[in-house]
Design a protein around this ligand. Structure first.
Ligand SMILES: [Ca+2]
Ligand SMILES: [Ca+2]
Ligand SMILES: [Ca+2]
Ligand SMILES: [Ca+2]
Length: 768
C-alpha cells in the first residue's frame, strides 16, 4: 500500500585543493609512461585536482584512476602517498592501491574507503541522504586504512549476534507537528508510513469490512539466517493524532502483543521475548498491525512511523556480504570466494581498519573466514566480496571561493537558471548607481558552507558570512528557483514534473498549522527575527519562468508609462461582516491623493461573485500600480465565495504589471509538492502568489503574501507600515523589510507574521 498523498488541509571546506601544493605530491614515474590515460584527458575542457564523491548508501567504495580521469579530475603523476579524502571537514582513512607499483597514481590504480550516507539520526536527513566525500592530493602524513593481523588463539566468540532491523518508509507527509508544539524550533517527524489508522470500533459495523485498510495492515520484513533458539524483541513507533487507541500485533499470524495508549506524543510499543521459532530464516515475515480501537464514538487516529526487530543473526553472509558485531574469534560462513574477500572493522567510520584473517576454509557449501576482534570491546565489522564494493558518482570540482567575493546584491540560483537570470544581473549592475551583483549557484554554497550537503542551513550560513564579512555589505538577496516540502522527491513529482527544491525552503513551524515556508529566516542572520537584508524569490521551475519574470520587471522599470491606480479588493461574509472592508478603507486612507486614484471592489457590493471576478479581471487589465486584497483565502483563492483564483490569472491581459499585496491566509504557500502536476487531466494550480508572478506578459511584477494563516488585526499594522513607505521611491524589498520592522518593533505583529510574509519577485524592484 504505497500511496504518495500529501496532507495539506489538506566552512569552510576544510580541504585544501590541489596537487602541486608542495613537495611530496607529485612523483616521477619509476617505470614507463605510455598509457593514454597518463596524459591530460583531451575530452575535458578544464580539469581540477579536486574530486567530489557522492555516497547514497553505506559500504566500501572503490574509485579507480580511470573513473577520476574520465570525470576530468587531474591527479596525473601524483604520489599515492599524497592522496587525501575528507568528509564533513575531517580526513578519513583510505586504501590506495598502486596496482602497477610504479610509485605514482595512474592507470590501473585505485582507492577504497568506507563511505556512509547520512543516517536518520542526522538533522540533515530530512533534506538528503547523500553524503559528500572530497578527494584531493596534499603533502603531509595522510590517513590510511591499517591492516591488522588476526590472533588465531583468541577465545571463541558467540554463534550469533544481535541485529536491529529498522523498517521505515517515509511516504505520507503530515504538515502538523504532533503533538502540537508552540516553539518554532521544536520540529517533529512529518513523514509517516502511509495514512493514519482508525480504530475499528469507530467504524460502523455494517461498513467495517469495506474499510479494513483503515484499521488492519500488513508489513513484510526479512530475517535471514535468524538464530531461532534466541528470543526476538519488537519495537513499534506510533504517533497519535487524536483519541485513545487499542492495537494488536501479529507476526506471521501469531498474536504477540496488544496495547492501549492515548498520549499525544510519539509512542513506543515494545514487545520483548517473542519466540524466535515463529520467524522465517528464508523469505519474508509478515507483521500485522490491527487497530481495534476502544470507542464507537470517539475519533481514534494515529500513524505508524517505523518498527524495529531485534533478532539474533548467525554468522552467515547474505550474497557474499555481512555487517555484524562480535568479539573474540569469529567465523563467518557462506562466501563464494576465498581470495576476493575483505573484512573491515567499521566502529569508527573515519578510521576503519582492515582485518587479515587467521584462516579461510571450505565448509560444506561455501568458504568460511575466521578472524579475531582486534579491539578491547565488541567490534563492528563488514565482510564482503570485491563484487559488493560500490562505485560512487565522481565529479571534478573547482571551488567558487565564495568567502573572497563581494557584492551588494546576491542572486542565489539553481544551476538550471544560471543563464536565464543573467539578464537581470546585468540590468541591475548597469543601472545608474548600479548594484554590485554576484550570481551564485546554490550548489557552490552547499560545497563551501555545508561540506557539499544540501540544506537550507548552508544557504543561511553563507548569507551570514557575506553579511558579516563582505566589504560592500549585501543589501539584497534574490532566490531563483521553486521549492517543495518534499525535499527528497519521495513523490517522484520532481523527476516527472520538475516540482522540486531548486533553491530549498526553510520550513517554519506555525503553531496550530504546522510547517510553512519562510524566506525571511534566510536573511535574519542576527537571530532577532527581523531581516538584515531584503529578500525575494522567483519560484521558477524552468528558465522560461525566470525570463518571464525578468522581462516584466525590466519592462516596468524602463517603460515611459506610469500607472497611478490602486485597486482594493475586499471580501465580505456574514461572520466577518465589514471587517475586511474596514481594513481596505484604512489602506485607502494611506494612498497619497490626488496623485493616485482608487478603485474599490468590495464583495458586499456584488450579489453575484461572478460579477466581482469580472471586475477584478478588468481592473487588473487596466494595468494598475498596486492591487491589494483583504479577506479570506486559501493557497489558491480569494474571497469566501472563491471570486478569484490562481487559475483566473490565465484570463488576464494586462500589459503593465502591478505589485500585488494579499492580506489573507496562505496565498504565499509556495511549497505545494504537486503544484503544476497533472492528475486526471487536471493540472493542479500553484499558489496565487506564484501564479501572479510567473505568468508571462501579464499578472504581477511582485507579490507580497503569507505562507501561513493570519488575522486582520495583524494585517492591519503591517499594511499601515507598508503603505506609509511604498510610495516614497524605495525598492519593494526595502518597503517589505521596513514594514515588518516597524510593525514588529511596535509590538503590533509577532514573529510568525515576520517569518511567513513572503515577497515574490526581485526585491530591488522600484514602483513607478
Ligand atoms: Ca601506479
Ligand atoms: Ca518516518
Ligand atoms: Ca535579524
Ligand atoms: Ca511552488
Amino acid at each position: 500500500m504505497k500511496r504518495y498523498i500529501f496532507l495539506l488541509f489538506i566552512i569552510p571546506l576544510l580541504i585544501s585543493c590541489g596537487a602541486g601544493g608542495g613537495g611530496g605530491v607529485v612523483s616521477s614515474p619509476a617505470g614507463g609512461d605510455n598509457n593514454t590515460s597518463n596524459k591530460p584527458n583531451p575530452a575535458c575542457s578544464s580539469q581540477s585536482s579536486l574530486a567530489k564523491i557522492r555516497i547514497k548508501g553505506d559500504g566500501i567504495y572503490r574509485v579507480t584512476y580511470l573513473d577520476l580521469y574520465n570525470a576530468c579530475v587531474d591527479l596525473l603523476r601524483v604520489a599515492p602517498a599524497a592522496l587525501k579524502m575528507t568528509n564533513q571537514g575531517n580526513e578519513i582513512a583510505i586504501d590506495v592501491i598502486d596496482y602497477n607499483q610504479n610509485g605514482y597514481f595512474d592507470d590501473g590504480d585505485y582507492i577504497e574507503f568506507y563511505g556512509k550516507a547520512l543516517s536518520r539520526g542526522d538533522s540533515r536527513f530530512r533534506f538528503t541522504e547523500t553524503n559528500v566525500y572530497w578527494f584531493s592530493a596534499e603533502a603531509g602524513a595522510r590517513k590510511r586504512i591499517a591492516g591488522i593481523q588476526s590472533n588465531p588463539k583468541a577465545s571463541q566468540g558467540a554463534s550469533s549476534f544481535l541485529k536491529i532491523l529498522h523498517m521505515e518508509e517515509d511516504i505520507w507527509y503530515e504538515q502538523k507537528n504532533y503533538p502540537e508544539v508552540t516553539s518554532a524550533e521544536d520540529v517533529r517527524e512529518h513523514w509517516f508510513w502511509g495514512e493514519s489508522f482508525t480504530g475499528a470500533a469507530f467504524i460502523p459495523t455494517d461498513v467495517r469490512s469495506k474499510y479494513k485498510d483503515f484499521y488492519i495492515r500488513d508489513y513484510d520484513f526479512s530475517t535471514p539466517y535468524i538464530d531461532k533458539s534466541k528470543p526476538v524483541s519488537f519495537n513499534l513507533r506510533l504517533q497519535s493524532i487524536t483519541g485513545s487507541h487499542y492495537i494488536k500485533i501479529y507476526i506471521n499470524g501469531n498474536p504477540v502483543g496488544e496495547q492501549s495508549w492515548e498520549s499525544a506524543g510519539p509512542f513506543n510499543f515494545e514487545v520483548p521475548n517473542i519466540p524466535g521459532t515463529i520467524f522465517n530464516n528464508n523469505g519474508t515475515n509478515k507483521l500485522t498491525l490491527e487497530s481495534t480501537g476502544t470507542s464507537t464514538v470517539t475519533a481514534d487516529f494515529f500513524y505508524l512511523d517505523w518498527f524495529e526487530i531485534g533478532y539474533y543473526h548467525t554468522y552467515y553472509a547474505e550474497y557474499d556480504m555481512l555487517e555484524f558485531t562480535g568479539d573474540g574469534l569469529i567465523g563467518v560462513s557462506n562466501f563464494s570466494t576465498a581470495t576476493d574477500l575483505s573484512i573491515y572493522e567499521i566502529s569508527d567510520p573515519a578510521n576503519v581498519t582492515k582485518i587479515i584473517p587467521a584462516k579461510t576454509e571450505w565448509v560444506s557449501s561455501g568458504y568460511k573466514v575466521v578472524f579475531s576482534n582486534p579491539g578491547a570491546t565488541e567490534g563492528r565489522f563488514l565482510a564482503l566480496s570485491g563484487a559488493n564494493k560500490k562505485t560512487p558518482a565522481v565529479e571534478a570540482y573547482t571551488l567558487a571561493d565564495l568567502r573572497t567575493k563581494d557584492a551588494t546584491y546576491i542572486i542565489i540560483t539553481h544551476g538550471d537558471f544560471y543563464d536565464a537570470i543573467k539578464s537581470l544581473a546585468d540590468y541591475r549592475s548597469g543601472q545608474g548607481g548600479g548594484y554590485k551583483v554576484l550570481v551564485v549557484k546554490v550548489n557552490d554554497i552547499y560545497d563551501e558552507f555545508g561540506y557539499g550537503i544540501e540544506t537550507p542551513q548552508a544557504i543561511k550560513d553563507f548569507l551570514r558570512y557575506a553579511h558579516e564579512n563582505w566589504p560592500s555589505g549585501p543589501q539584497y538577496v534574490l532566490l531563483v528557483g521553486d521549492a517543495t516540502i518534499d525535499y527528497k522527491d519521495i513523490s517522484g513529482y520532481g523527476s516527472s514534473y520538475g516540482v522540486k527544491s531548486y533553491v530549498p525552503a526553510y520550513l517554519y513551524n506555525y503553531p496550530g498549522l504546522g510547517e510553512v515556508p519562510s524566506d525571511n529566516w534566510f536573511v535574519d542572520v542576527s537571530g532577532d527575527v527581523l531581516p538584515e537584508m531584503n529578500i525575494g524569490r522567483i519560484p521558477a521551475k524552468s528558465p522560461a519562468d525566470v525570463t518571464a519574470v525578468v522581462n516584466k520587471i525590466i519592462s516596468h522599470e524602463t517603460s515611459s508609462l506610469k500607472s497611478n491606480d490602486v485597486v482594493l479588493v475586499a471580501d465580505y461574509n456574514m461572520v466577518s461582516g465589514t471587517l475586511f472592508e474596514a481594513l481596505s478603507d484604512s489602506i485607502a486612507g494611506l494612498i497619497p491623493s490626488p496623485d493616485y486614484s482608487l478603485t474599490k471592489l468590495y464583495q458586499s457590493d456584488y450579489p453575484n461573485s461572478a460579477d466581482l471576478r469580472k471586475d477584478i479581471l478588468s481592473a487588473i487589465n487596466g494595468g494598475p500600480l498596486i492591487v491589494n486584497y483583504t479577506g479570506h483565502g486559501s493557497v489558491v483563492n480569494w474571497t469566501t465565495e472563491d471570486a478569484f483564483s490562481s487559475e483566473d490569472v490565465a484570463y488576464l491581459t494586462n500589459k503593465s504589471y502591478p505589485f500585488v499585496v494579499a492580506l489573507n491566509c496562505l496565498n504565499g504557500y509556495f511549497v505545494l509538492p504537486d503544484d503544476g502536476v497533472e492528475q486526471g487531466g487536471v493540472q493542479r494550480p500553484p499558489s496565487i502568489g506564484e501564479a501572479f508572478l510567473l505568468a508571462p506578459e501579464k499578472g504581477a511584477l511582485g507579490v507580497l503574501a503569507a505562507s501561513s494563516i493570519g488575522y486582520p488585526s495583524e494585517h492591519d499594522p503591517l499594511a499601515q507600515a507598508l503603505y506609509s513607505i511604498v510610495f516614497s521611491q524605495v525598492t519593494l524589498g526595502e518597503a517589505v523589510t521596513k514594514a515588518k520592522e516597524v510593525a514588529y518593533k511596535n509590538g503590533e505583529i509577532m514573529e510568525d507574521v515576520v517569518e511567513t510574509f513572503i515577497f515574490f519577485g526581485d526585491p530591488a524592484t522600484r514602483l513607478k
